[in-house]
Structure formats: structure tokens, C-alpha cells
Design a protein around this ligand. Structure first.
Ligand code: NAG
Ligand code: NAG
Ligand code: NAG
Ligand code: NAG
Ligand code: ZN
Length: 510
């Protein structure tokens, strides 16, 4: 059944990540242990559809709904990274990166490959989308992570392999997700949203970072995963949002000009640093410098962070022990690992999520049940499509019904796992787009399945799919005098089929 397929894919994934990681820790900037190190993580959070569709977000269309254009983010960040070897940026959603990558000319592709090799551009998480953890099925989570990670692996090789799982926006966190991430070979996991009282309590007791023992069934430590709660969701500390979408003061550092504000900004920053350090255990703290769809113009962010770093670090000459550096989640994780501390253990999940009194994010567990149902059915059909494609190979791709593959449905399912997709939290026109994608994926997979069954049966039958069985409509069974039904059982194990009267089922798998 689905479980065995899940296990199977998991093994593949594990085999894929067992190889050595040759371009890691040495690419991190120095974070000397005798300082309080502030790891600035430049990042952008790109929803694979929410107020706009995934493609509207990619192109920056319909900006009257929300100003956001992912292509420009990557266009803007890459030259900044190329110009300065100290700068770092992480990228998370493979569905967007894949769209962008295909459009780049060779010189840009070469530059990007080099930035990845040198740890200056780092993929984090790397799934097709940043999947939800409540409304998803683990089978589809594995598929969508596989889709994104395989794209990275095939395109950029081993150096691009994300080492850190990054679910900064999903609305609560399941223990099973942590178990899956641990089994996929991630070294650590960071997220932003947890119950507000839990967070306050963890801050007071310095339990923001922990080891999540994510399975009762798997023998420890195979499902143990270092897990960190980020300090400000995934936003910068108050007053330090330097994107063009924000309104915080830039650093005005020429004393001969009006509004010189270095002293004010540094005092505020150092206060934020010390307040945060009091909630965490080590002499390394992390600040997420970015937010939703930021860095479309990367200059304001990088220019102000450069100044901040220069000004804060200059005070070290006068005895300050605060050191600010560009970093990534992996480099921060390395620093924590080096610190050799022991962490509290977490055994259960982070559900339900409330961000204030009486403000529970639980409606989405059941909202848009029609779409949730379609997504589950699509998962089942994708398994059929994948299996038949694997079983018959080229004959499934090119056959009497045309040329097709499972890719379209895999991508549509990858998008549908996003934390505003299967959750039901997107706008109606976006949900319509998710549905349309799944529908197109079904059509592509119906060609695959027809080709494959024809090949297996050795005849070209006149296959018809009854897509409207949900409303008991199937024209061909209603109009034909006789017809045959082909039943394909995608389950990995065969259970006994209960027959009511005279039917005689033969199972193909013993
Ligand atoms: C997006 O923009 C196009 C072109 O202006 C328009 O036709 C369409 O209705 C817009 N979509 C939404 C959801 O506003
Ligand atoms: C260091 O201290 C000296 C003496 O107080 C002062 O003149 C100088 O501006 C300080 N440097 C920094 C970077 O704060
Ligand atoms: C880490 O800490 C433990 C004790 O907490 C100690 O036994 C061990 O030697 C330390 N390892 C390193 C590499 O410092
Ligand atoms: C039945 O499924 C089709 C898509 O396959 C959908 O368009 C239709 O709304 C569904 N009907 C009901 C009543 O759910
Ligand atoms: Zn989001």
C-alpha cells in the first residue's frame, strides 16, 4: 500500500544523501567563540501561491493585489552576491528556482553554480514547496521533497544538497514531519510558528532549541533532529527591516549630514542582541533578515546590513564582544554543534498553533474539504501513474495515446502541498489555479496510464476515464451496451477483496 511506497522512496532518498558533503563548513565566515556572534541570515519567503497564483508571484503580475515578483528577487540578489564574497543568501522553494533557472543564459548559470559551490548561495529545505504539516499526507510530503531535492541534485550536484529543513511559516508543526526530515538526512530544522504561551515559556527557560525525538517506532537516534525556534518568526528584529517594502529608518552614517542616526540605531540593535541572547543557550544567535517576497531590490537590505556590520564590529576595538556576520542556517547550526551543549528533548508535536489568546489556527484543518479531497485522490492517482511509468518505461511516455509523463502531476502535487494550498488558506482564484493544475496533471497521467496499460495488454483499447464518478456520471457506461472495466490496484500489499455476490476478483500480486 501507500506505506510501502513511502518506505521505498525514503530508502532512495537516504541513499542519495549518504555521500559526503564536500563544500560545507569551510565556506562559513568566522564566528570566534570568544564573541557573542550574531548570524544574519538574508532570506526571502516565497509562497508557492497565496494571494496570487504561483505564476503571478513568479512574474510579478497583478501587483495591485500584492507587490511580489520572484524572478526579480533572484535577478537582484545574484549580482549582489557576485560583487562581494562575504555576502550570503539562502533560497528555499524549488518550484520557483526551477522556473527561474530555465530562463537563464549560460554565463548566469555558471555564476550561480559557482556561488553554490562556494556556499554563498545556499539551498535550504529545497522541497518543491514549503509544505503544510497538518492537512498533508506523508506520502505526498515525501514526493514533493523528492521532486525539489532531485532537481537540485541533478542540476547542481552534491554541494547544493540542503542540510537544514526550514519551515518558517507553516501553521504549527507535526512530530511526523520532524521524523521525515530526520530520515531524509537533514542535520537540523528551524521554524517560526508555535503556540505563543509555549514560546514565552521557552524563552524564559532558554528552551528555544532542542532535540526533537520524533518517533516512538524508530530506534533513537534515527528520528532525532536538532530543532530551533527562530526568535521573530521569520522576520528581522523590530526596527531593522531594510527591504523596500518596509519603512524602518536606514542607517544614516555621515555625521556631516542631517539625521545622523548611528548611535540610536546601534543602541537599539545591541539592545535587541542582548535581549535575544538571554533567551538562547549559546554565544551564537540568529536573525532572519528578510520576510515575504523581500529582496526584489536587494540593495537596501545588503547596503544597510553592510553598514551595521562595519559599525558594530568596529566597537570590538573598544572592548565590545558583539560580532555580526553574514551567515546561513547551516553555518549557524555548525556553530551550535561546535559549542557542544546539551539540549532539552521534545517528544510531542507543536499543534495546535495559537498566536494570541483565543486565536487558534485550526480552521484550516478542515476548510475547503472539496479541494482537500481532490488533493488526496490526486495523490492516489499519481502513485498509479508513477508505478505504471516505472513498470513500462518508454512505452508509457510515448504510446498510442500520445506523449506524456507523470511530471506534470508531480509538479502540481508539489505545488498543492504548499502551506497555503492544501490548507485552504489561499484566495479563491488561487485555489482555482491549484485545482486546474491538478486537473491538467490528471490528464497527462491518463495518457501515461493508457499507454502503459495498452503496452502491458498488448492491444490498444479504447480507454475512457470516468472523471465524474463523484456525481455518478459516466457517459460511456450509460450509453454502451457492453464495456470492460480495467482495475489496477496501486497498493503495495494485497488485502482480501470482499465480493458481495458472484464476482470473481483475481489479484495480480499473490
Ligand atoms: C490579474 O491581472 C490580469 C491582467 O491585468 C487580469 O485579467 C486578472 O483579472 C487579474 N487577476 C486577479 C485575480 O485580479
Ligand atoms: C572607541 O573609543 C574612543 C574613545 O572613547 C572613541 O573616540 C571612538 O570613537 C570609539 N570607537 C568606536 C568604533 O566606537
Ligand atoms: C563535549 O562535552 C562533553 C561533556 O559535556 C565532553 O565530555 C566532550 O569532551 C566535549 N566534546 C568536545 C569536542 O569538546
Ligand atoms: C466532481 O469532480 C469534478 C472534477 O473531476 C468537479 O469539477 C466537480 O465539481 C465535482 N462535483 C462534486 C459535486 O464534487
Ligand atoms: Zn508562507
Amino acid at each position: 500500500m501507500e506505506r510501502s511506497r513511502g518506505m521505498c522512496l525514503l530508502l532512495l532518498l537516504l541513499a542519495g544523501v549518504a555521500a559526503t558533503w564536500g563544500c560545507g563548513e569551510e565556506t562559513c565566515l568566522a564566528a570566534p567563540d570568544n564573541f557573542l556572534n550574531v548570524h544574519l541570515i538574508p532570506h526571502t519567503h516565497n509562497d508557492v501561491g497565496w494571494l496570487k497564483t504561483v505564476d503571478q508571484y513568479y512574474y510579478g503580475a497583478n501587483n495591485s493585489i500584492q507587490h511580489a515578483g520572484v524572478q526579480y528577487i533572484l535577478d537582484s540578489v545574484i549580482p549582489q552576491l557576485l560583487a562581494d564574497p562575504n555576502k550570503r543568501f539562502i533560497y528555499v522553494e524549488s518550484a520557483f528556482f526551477w522556473r527561474w533557472w530555465r530562463e537563464q543564459m549560460e554565463p548566469v548559470q555558471k555564476d550561480v553554480a559557482r556561488l553554490i559551490q562556494e556556499g554563498r548561495l545556499e539551498f535550504i529545505n529545497g522541497g518543491w514547496s514549503m509544505n503544510d504539516e497538518a492537512a498533508t499526507h506523508y506520502n505526498a510530503i515525501i514526493d514533493q521533497m523528492t521532486l525539489g531535492l532531485q532537481f537540485l541534485q541533478n542540476t547542481f550536484g552534491e554541494c547544493s544538497r540542503p542540510r537544514v529543513a526550514w519551515h518558517i511559516d507553516p501553521f504549527g508543526h507535526s512530530r511526523e514531519q520532524a521524523s521525515l526530515f530526520a530520515q531524509m538526512g537533514f542535520d537540523g530544522f528551524f521554524f517560526g510558528r508555535l503556540d505563543y504561551q509555549d514560546k514565552t515559556n521557552r524563552e524564559k527557560t532558554r528552551r528555544m532549541e532542542m532535540i526533537w525525538r520524533a518517533s516512538d517506532d524508530l530506534e533513537a537516534p534515527s528520528a532525532d533532529l536538532f530543532t530551533g525556534v527562530l526568535p521573530n518568526g521569520y522576520n528581522p528584529p523590530d526596527g531593522f527591516c531594510w527591504d523596500q517594502l518596509c519603512t524602518d529608518m536606514p542607517i544614516m552614517d555621515d555625521p556631516n549630514m542631517e539625521d545622523y542616526n548611528v548611535d540610536v540605531v546601534l543602541a537599539k540593535f545591541l539592545a535587541a542582541v542582548h535581549a535575544q541572547a538571554a533567551k538562547y543557550q549559546s554565544n551564537h544567535i540568529v536573525m532572519t533578515m528578510g520576510s515575504d517576497f523581500q529582496y526584489e531590490n536587494a540593495i537596501p537590505w545588503f547596503k544597510n546590513m553592510d553598514k551595521l556590520m562595519r559599525l558594530v564590529n568596529a566597537r570590538q576595538a573598544n572592548g565590545s564582544n558583539v560580532n555580526v556576520l553574514y551567515s546561513t542556517p547551516s553555518c549557524y547550526l555548525n556553530a551550535l554543534n561546535r559549542a557542544n551543549l546539551s539540549w532539552p528533548m521534545k517528544m510531542d508535536d507543536f499543534f495546535p498553533y495559537a498566536d494570541g489568546a483565543h486565536m487558534f489556527w485550526t480552521g484550516y484543518f478542515t476548510s475547503r474539504p472539496g479541494f482537500k479531497g481532490y488533493e488526496r485522490l490526486s495523490n492516489n492517482f499519481l502513485q498509479v501513474c508513477n508505478q505504471l511509468e516505472a513498470l513500462t518505461g518508454a512505452a508509457a511516455i510515448h504510446g498510442p495515446y500520445g506523449t506524456s509523463s507523470s511530471l506534470e502531476l508531480r509538479r502540481a502535487m508539489g505545488v498543492a502541498q504548499h502551506h497555503d494550498a492544501v490548507t485552504g488558506t489561499a484566495k479563491q482564484h488561487v485555489n482555482d489555479d491549484y485545482t486546474l493544475r491538478l486537473f491538467k496533471g490528471w490528464k497527462a497521467c491518463q495518457v501515461v496510464v493508457s499507454n502503459a496499460l495498452s503496452s502491458l495488454m498488448g492491444t490498444k483499447e479504447n480507454f475512457v476515464f470516468c472523471n465524474l464518478l463523484n456525481i455518478s456520471v459516466c457517459l460511456s457506461t450509460e450509453m454502451s451496451k457492453s464495456f470492460s472495466v480495467v482495475i489496477y490496484n496501486p497498493l503495495g500489499t494485497c488485502s482480501h477483496t470482499v465480493c458481495s455476490s458472484s464476482c470473481e476478483w483475481r489479484t495480480l500480486c499473490g
